[in-house]
Every structure is written in C-alpha cells, then in structure tokens.
Write a protein that binds this ligand. Structure first.
Ligand SMILES: Nc1ncnc2c1ncn2[C@@H]1O[C@H](COP(=O)(O)OP(=O)(O)OP(=O)(O)O)[C@@H](O)[C@H]1O
Ligand SMILES: O=C(O)C[C@@H](O)[C@H](O)C(=O)CO
Length: 333
C-alpha cells in the first residue's frame, strides 16, 4: 500500500495557502437568487474551508494569505483564530483590495450554484515575500488550491511556497479548485495548473477539472486511469478523482485503485462536499490510515456538510464523522 510519508517533528501539521473569502448563503432556499432576500455570512474560500476542516479535526494548522483591510478581513482573521488556526502569516492587504464574496443559490438539493464577486480581491494580492521559508519548513503538509494560480503575484507566491515545500520535505496537496473567474485563456489554465500538478504529492479534483488541465494531452485523457498515470510520471503518489454523488476514485502510485462510496445524506446543498471530503481524507492520511478508510472518512464528512447550510461552520469533528460511519455500519449500509 502506498502511504504518504509526512515528515515528523514539525510545529504545524497543515498550512493552507490562498483564498480567504466570505460565503453568503441564501436563507430563502428553493428559489432563484433573484428572489432571495437574506443571506447568512460564513467564512469561505476552498483552502480556508479545508484548513478549518483540519483544525476542527484537531490538527495544528496555519494559513498563508491576504485579507482586505476592512471588517470582512477582520471577521475572517478572527474566525480563523477562534478555530485555532495560526494567523501570523495572514496579512492585511492595504492596497484597497476587497474580500471575495461567494453568493450561493440553493434552488433545490441538487440544483445549487454560486455567484462569485472576485474583482480586486485581497487573496490574489498575496506576494512571494509573504511566503516564509521558516514557516513552510515548520509544516508537515501544504495545501495549494488552484485558484491561487489565477493571477500574479499570488501565482508566484504559490510556486515559491511549493519550491520551499519540496526543499524541506513538506507534502504538497494540490486541490485543482478550478474557478473560471480571473483566468484569461485555456492555455493559461493548462500551463499553470500543469506546472503545479507536476510539483505535487497528492492531486485532488473533479473529472472535468482534470480534463481541463490535461487538455494538452488531447482526447486520450478523460479517463481516470490515464489521468493517474499522467501525474505519476512526476511527483504524485496519490491522485483522487472526485465524482460528486457518485463518490470518488483514488489511485496510488503502487498501481492500486480505491473506489470511495457515498454516504446517503439529507442534502441541503451540494457545494462544500469537496472541501469537507478533502479535509477528512488528508486527516486520515496523516493518521497513517489506509486509503479506503480515508475515503470513508472523507465521504462521511461530506455527507454531514452537504446536509448543512454552511461549509466552514459545518465542518465536523472526528467523533461526529465516526458517529456517522458507525450509524451506517449499524444500518448495514
Ligand atoms: N449529494 C451527496 N451526498 C453525499 N455525499 C456527497 C454528495 N456529493 C458529494 N458527496 C461526497 O463528497 C465527495 C466530493 O464531492 P464532489 O465530487 O462534489 O467534490 P467537489 O466538486 O470538489 O465539491 P464542491 O461542490 O465542494 O466543489 C464525493 O466523493 C462524495 O463522497
Ligand atoms: O471556494 C470558494 O471560494 C467558494 C467556497 O467558499 C464555497 O463554500 C464553496 O463553493 C465550497 O465548495
């Protein structure tokens, strides 16, 4: 079994890098956003959600990012601190930037969409000088979310963080996290995502996200096995293809394929599944669990979060996840 070897004797388990935003989730659901009057505010941003998930699971976490110099930035920083996440490298951006906003529309449990306001956002103002070698070196794992590659100087900051992580044996988790905003062309997307994927130990994404970054490889791709082989040529030890309500497939470099099942849920909204899955899955890897157990843990976590109104707030503890697994085992699922 391919296990991921995380370095020991580090002061942090996990550092997230990139998007620190705000989710505004519709309160009046089962209708189009035009008919929504009120929203509930949560911390958002995929890397923030995943880091919050890791903190809720009891890991020692930190974050490298920029927040806006206003009440939204202060809200985010305070929330991270309250969650036990180190914010010594969360920087207040003083260029007049704003916090990215994600409005969510919940038309039905299976028809959800997000509307993102991302002009002049603070998270993409992250600079290479914000990335400290000592800080990177203090972690067992570093999460890079693909949207951090969408624009300079965040792009260069992310690549610097990856180079430092490689230098110091920090495991790089690359969540493709494709969001169409900010990117200018398919070639730009392919170029930077591929460069990042080639440096990463663990790559996670949806089938369509892998197709997007593998476009250069032509029609041969769109096949999970081919995708895994493609990235095993580089540094990857684990490639996870997420397929929504159809579960996930994890490929390990030793040639094994692991099918992850889905835990039934009373779905409120579908988004947040990937971030909760990722947090619990990586947590399991850091415990030295088998990949099958990590997938179960990730799927159970996702089933909790898709049954909730929020993403970040709803991230569960390890006992909550295990309780859900135990309940389904007792029910023979
Ligand atoms: N409707 C659902 N019910 C239960 N579990 C789900 C559901 N949708 C997704 N999951 C679980 O979450 C995992 C990841 O979901 P998905 O593939 O949607 O990730 P994603 O596209 O990154 O999600 P997000 O919408 O957060 O970006 C799946 O492999 C599955 O285990
Ligand atoms: O990643 C984003 O910017 C949006 C998230 O905050 C939101 O919770 C979501 O869509 C998670 O999948």
């Amino acid at each position: 079994m391919t296990t991921i070897s995380f370095p020991d004797h580090r002061s942090l388990d996990f550092i997230g890098l990139g998007r620190l935003c705000i989710d505004l989730n519709a309160n009046e659901i089962h209708r189009p956003m035009e008919d929504t009057v009120t929203f509930t505010k949560y911390v958002g941003g995929s890397p923030a959600n995943i880091t919050i998930a890791m903190a809720k699971l009891g890991l020692r976490t930190g974050f490298i990012g920029r927040v806006s110099d206003d009440a939204h930035g202060r809200f985010i920083t305070r929330y991270l601190q309250d969650a036990g996440i180190d914010t010594t490298h969360v920087i207040v951006d003083r260029s007049g930037s704003v916090t990215g906003l994600t409005f969510t529309e919940i038309k039905s449990p299976t028809d959800c969409s997000i509307l993102m306001y991302r002009d002049n956002v603070a998270d993409l103002k992250l600079e290479p000088g914000d990335v400290s070698e000592d800080y990177i070196q203090s972690a067992r794992a570093l999460l890079i979310s693909g949207t951090a590659l969408a624009k300079s100087p965040s792009r260069e900051a992310a690549f610097k963080a990856m180079e430092l992580a490689i230098r110091h044996g920090v495991v790089i988790v690359f969540d493709i996290d494709y969001r169409p905003y900010t990117w200018t062309s398919a070639d730009e997307i392919g170029t930077y995502y591929r460069l990042a994927a080639e440096k990463s130990d663990i790559i996670m994404g949806g089938r369509e996200e892998f197709d997007l970054i593998e476009a250069l490889d032509g029609p041969l791709m769109q096949d999970d096995e081919a995708t895994a082989k493609q990235w095993f040529k580089h540094r990857a030890k684990l490639v996870v293809v997420k397929r929504g309500g159809d579960g996930s497939t994890a490929f390990s470099a030793d040639g094994q394929k692991h099918i992850g099942a889905v835990f039934p849920a009373q779905v409120v909204k579908t988004f947040g599944a990937g971030d909760s899955f990722a947090g619990a899955f990586i947590y399991g890897l850091m415990q030295g669990w088998s990949i099958d157990r990590c997938q179960r843990f990730g799927s159970a976590s996702a089933s909790i979060v898709v049954s909730s109104h929020s993403c970040s707030d709803a991230m569960p503890t390890a006992s909550q996840i295990q309780e859900r697994i135990d309940r389904f085992v007792q029910q023979g699922i």
